[in-house]
Design a protein around this ligand. Structure first.
Ligand code: PEP
Ligand code: MG
Length: 751
């Protein structure tokens, strides 16, 4: 059965349009189940009616014409109950409804199953036979499984508008794709689709048009990678010898005569260079993977990586250069921070990612840059979007393609209002964040990109609560040397001095990977992340800390912070390394104070060790993005479970209050630097809980300041007391939003 199902799903996937897909389904199901009829009825929520959309066995002229009310007939009953109906004499059922025009009166047996996608009823799939019989269990389970597969196809067709085409709706209409609000704001622009970087496994078979040209292309690509390797190895001369050795291995592989000879042989036999490379590299990878020695098994990853590097140059040669329109919306299957480097900032107005969620790092960067973004738009056929006009609604998480004139007019108004609102907030830039009853709370910013510091200062940031040092690492092609890092950090520290700057040590792993230091794991968010990686690679950690210390000479505004701490011993070990680095740089003649030292509370275990941690450090900072994902067991990147990720979950609020209380018991300051701090509604609660600093992306800073300057601390305390007794995150959000509205702060509530 599984093979049959797979074959049907594959055929459906390859169908040229939705109508053909439906026809393939009803035809295949009828064939496999050997029934006389198979039909698909789709449900339209607006009209509350089912329409017969495809059939094998009934009168085909009825397709698109015969409709049923929501509770009409057996089809309606299947939908209403959300359960299958299996009956050997349909006409005897009290809800039976005779459908003129279909010719179904002759069919006695009826098996109908609902088609449901993410709790929504999309239609009913039916099989029928003349003879009276009850369908057996295996037939029921086949149809149920088929319908579950079909639900994805229909949901996609609905999202892409193919259903409207089917129902012969002539009028042009905007097509809406739902996603997740990634970064607030609205953008109207023209789509540019960016494809992910070189991936060997998806290279298609293709014949070479010009064998000589393909051979030349391949040799150039090999030479370019060789050159890259040499440059990288030189740049990393201060790295550990083991890391250096990796580059020698790569260079030897590139010089391996058999590898290039095999690729050339395949090209000479007629393959294009990319296909030949894929074939040869895959053979090599398999060869290494099958070896018994774990050392050689690991080399398989190196071979794959090397193959991708060569492929990159082959594809680059084939690439037509992208022209970015003036109002450009970048659409990609998976946006990566590296892409930001390639897009001209003055043209970029919006971003759409098919994968990822609002807490993915790319969404965080987009918020910091103030670019309206929709994440997790899983149904958007991004391959067909290039050149289309799009509206990106980053407040509600929606994308509209081919918008109607009315919709465009509406959204243009929203864009104008948002612009005026942010202009109005600019007058708060130099004012302190003080509540009407004189409670003062500092607002800091989270940074990472170079442009952040300028934007942050323009928004009146009083300090940096989180500098994500991995971001500059991610947009490079190799580890930056100590000198390069020192310059980078100095620029940042100097831009904010005398304000404090909290630099977090390298936090890679999870969804943040470095192309030149790949980490492949089944469970990356529970794996080798943050401090776990850098303690295993003290050479990387020490270089970074030394660079930070040297960069702060004469400024002395550095605060150093550790990410993803789980265990007290990690802090002790890291502290030991920081002391060592401090002594070293002092000996080298750099007159620098020992920095303020802190840890992030991101792992639930550390919530219960706050007091022990606080005794060892100067400050604590809650990384609510990760802490929430671990408390709620909801992957911050997964759009499917994004609606379970609640920053205002009662359990999260209890945990946050405990952290503040325990840190204060030890007389230590505690801040929060996750995205939650930039949500004006949540910020009211965080202030009331007693957080000493709120650190957020620059775009949100003035909105939070406006909110807190309008909300008395005593009132925030009262709201907090109230919500702490509640058990439902949605109710908590409602109470907060009501309070903001009553205060005249409607504009900070998105959506
Ligand atoms: C966090 O987890 O809240 C945090 C600030 O770190 P990041 O988002 O970079 O993981
Ligand atoms: Mg984190």
């Amino acid at each position: 059965m599984l093979t049959t199902l797979r074959k049907i799903v594959q055929d459906v996937g390859e169908a040229k349009d939705f109508r053909t897909a439906l026809e393939i389904i009803v035809c295949s199901v009828r064939g496999v189940m050997q029934t006389e009829v198979c039909s698909a009825y789709l449900y339209d929520e607006k009209s509350s009616r089912y329409t017969l959309m495809a059939t094998e066995g009934l009168n085909k002229d009825a397709v698109g014409k015969v409709t049923l009310g929501r509770s009409e007939g057996l089809v309606g009953q299947v939908g209403l109950r959300g359960q299958l109906i299996n009956i050997d004499d349909a006409s005897s059922h009290s809800q039976y409804c005779f459908l003129k025009d279909t010719g179904e009166e002759q069919y006695k047996s009826f098996l109908g199953v609902p088609i449901i996608h993410r709790r929504n009823l999309l239609g009913v799939l039916v099989v029928q036979d003349r003879a009276r019989r009850c369908y057996d269990e295996s037939e029921e389970s086949f149809l149920v499984t088929m319908s579950a597969q079909l639900s994805g196809v229909i949901a996609h067709a609905e999202a892409t508008g193919s259903l409207h085409v089917l129902s012969a709706e002539k009028q042009k209409r905007s097509v809406r794709f739902n996603g997740i609000a990634g970064a607030p704001g609205v953008a109207i622009g023209v789509a540019v689709v960016l494809v992910p970087p070189a991936n060997l496994s998806v290279v298609p078979e293709q014949k070479a048009e010009d064998i000589e040209a393909e051979l030349t292309l391949f040799h150039h690509a090999l030479e370019s990678v060789r050159k890259d390797m040499r440059t990288t190895a030189e740049k990393l001369s201060d790295l550990h010898p083991e890391e250096q050795a990796l580059f020698d291995v790569y260079l030897r592989m590139l010089d391996d005569k058999s590898l290039s000879a095999n690729v050339c042989k395949l090209i000479n036999e007629g393959s294009w260079a990319q296909g030949a490379l894929r074939q040869v590299m895959e053979e090599h990878v398999r060869h290494f993977e099958m070896m018994d020695d774990p050392y050689f098994q690991e080399r398989a990853a190196d071979v794959r990586d090397l193959g991708c590097r060569v492929l990159f140059y082959l594809q680059k040669a084939d690439q037509v250069s992208i022209t970015y329109p003036n109002q450009c919306v970048v659409v990609s299957e998976e946006l990566t921070p590296t892409m930001f480097g390639d897009i001209p900032r003055d043209k970029l107005v919006g971003l759409v990612s098919i994968l990822g969620s609002s807490n993915s790092h790319v969404a965080i960067l987009a918020r910091a840059m103030g670019i309206p973004t929709v994440m997790g738009a899983v149904n958007l056929p991004y391959g067909r979007m290039a050149g289309r006009e799009l509206i990106v609604d980053g407040n509600l998480g929606r994308v509209y393609s081919s918008p109607s004139v009315d919709l465009l007019r509406h959204y243009q108004k929203v864009v104008n209002e948002e612009w005026e609102f942010s202009r109005g907030l600019e007058s708060l830039k130099d004012k302190p964040c003080i509540t009407p009853d004189h409670y003062r709370i500092p607002l800091w910013v989270n940074t990472g990109l170079l442009t952040d510091s300028v934007r942050s200062l323009e928004h009146g940031a009083e300090g940096v609560g989180l500098y994500r040092t991995e971001v500059p690492f991610m947009i490079r092609e190799s580890f930056p040397s100590e000198v390069v890092q020192e310059e980078l950090y100095r620029e940042h520290l100097a831009a904010f001095a005398p304000r404090p700057v909290t630099m977090r040590t390298l936090d890679i792993g999870g969804d943040k990977s470095l192309s030149y230091f790949p980490i492949r794991e089944d469970n990356p968010f529970l794996g080798w992340r943050g401090i776990r990686v850098t303690l295993d690679h003290p050479e990387i950690f020490l270089v970074q800390v030394r660079a930070m210390l040297k960069a702060s000479v004469g400024l002395d505004n550095l605060r150093l912070m550790l990410p993803m701490v789980t265990d007290i011993s990690e802090v002790d070990e890291a502290l030991h390394l920081v002391r060592r680095a401090h002594i070293e740089v002092q000996r080298e003649g750099f007159d620098v104070l020992f920095p303020q030292f802190g840890v992030m509370i991101e792992v639930p275990a550390t919530v219960y060790q706050v007091r022990h941690l606080a005794r060892r450090v100067d400050f604590l900072s809650v990384g609510s993005n990760d802490l929430i994902q671990y408390i709620l067991a909801v992957d911050r990147n997964n759009p499917r479970v994004a609606d379970l990720y609640h920053a205002l979950h009662p359990a999260v609020l209890q945990v946050l209050q405990k952290i503040v209380d325990d840190a204060h018991q030890e007389g230590k300051s505690v801040g929060i630097c996750g995205e939650m701090a930039g949500d004006p509604a949540a910020a009211v609660l965080l202030m009331a809980m007693g957080f000493d600093v709120l650190s957020m992306n620059a775009t949100q800073l003035l909105k939070v300041k406006w909110t807190l300057r309008s909300m008395a601390h005593s009132q925030a305390k009262a709201i907090l007391n109230d919500v702490m007794t509640m058990d439902n995150p949605r109710d908590i959000r409602n109470v907060l939003e009501l309070a903001l509205r009553q205060q005249g702060l409607d504009q900070v509530i998105s959506g």
